[in-house]
Design a protein around this ligand. Structure first.
Ligand SMILES: C[S@@+](CC[C@H](N)C(=O)[O-])C[C@H]1O[C@@H](n2cnc3c(N)ncnc32)[C@H](O)[C@@H]1O
Length: 205
């Protein structure tokens, strides 16, 4: 798994704990150092970090890491990054890599529009139909909100839902829980959604 713009790298660390081979990337060296620190108690053999600029790097650099899945969370907060992410993930999806990204409605929803435009421009329309793929709003389960997020405020209100974009769409890939990255480990769709919700919780702190 490769995580783009990992920040605190929670999905990376959780995937690592489940046995995945993980590369965490960010433009910030500090983020990578924090991710390395978090990974210390876990096996180091399967973990690496790399500076990666979503806007400037050629997508080939991402392909060269040979991920089965690319995860990117909460990045649609500037037009430039949303566009760059769409391009990176579009090329990844065109090359058969599963992708998942999430957004809590940044830029008043415009982040998703910009991302989707860029993604569709880049992603060659395969049998899974990038043109129809879109963000799906999913509720944050009460047991996550119960962790304390209901007391936290983001943008003046508590987000109870988050937009999830994944390609290929889970429903078309499998009727039940989607197993991602079957080559190296099993990360279920539920795991990813749980991670995404955790990230949202952290984001609001
Ligand atoms: C809103 S945080 C999201 C962090 C993490 N994915 C999360 O969900 O908690 C944005 C992250 O994007 C990184 N970032 C900003 N611009 C970037 C770029 N052009 N390329 C790669 N990472 C970038 C920042 O360093 C920061 O870690």
């Amino acid at each position: 798994m490769v995580e783009l713009a990992c920040g605190t790298a929670l999905p990376s660390i959780a995937a690592l704990a489940r046995g995945a081979k993980v590369t965490s990337t960010d433009i910030s060296l500090l983020s990578l150092r924090l991710a390395e620190k978090s990974a210390e108690p876990l096996t180091r053999d399967n973990f690496s970090t790399q500076i990666f600029d979503i806007i400037k790097e050629p997508p080939q650099k991402l392909l060269d890491l040979h991920p089965d899945i690319v995860v990117a969370s909460d990045l649609l907060y500037t037009e430039e990054v949303a566009k760059g992410l769409g391009r990176q993930l579009g090329v990844a999806a065109s090359n058969g890599i599963s992708i998942i990204t999430t957004d809590a409605g940044r830029l008043e929803g415009q982040g998703q529009r910009i991302f989707l435009e860029s993604f569709r421009e880049t992603c060659e329309d395969g049998p899974n139909g990038s043109a129809e793929s879109s963000f799906v709003t999913e509720e944050i389960p009460d047991h996550i909100l119960d962790l304390g997020v209901s007391a936290m405020k983001y943008g003046g209100q508590v987000d109870r839902a988050v937009g999830v974009f994944e390609f290929p769409p889970a429903a078309k890939k499998s009727g039940v829980a989607m197993v991602i990255n079957a080559k190296t480990c099993e990360i279920t769709r539920t795991d990813i959604l749980y991670l995404r919700n955790c990230i949202l919780v952290l984001m609001q702190r």
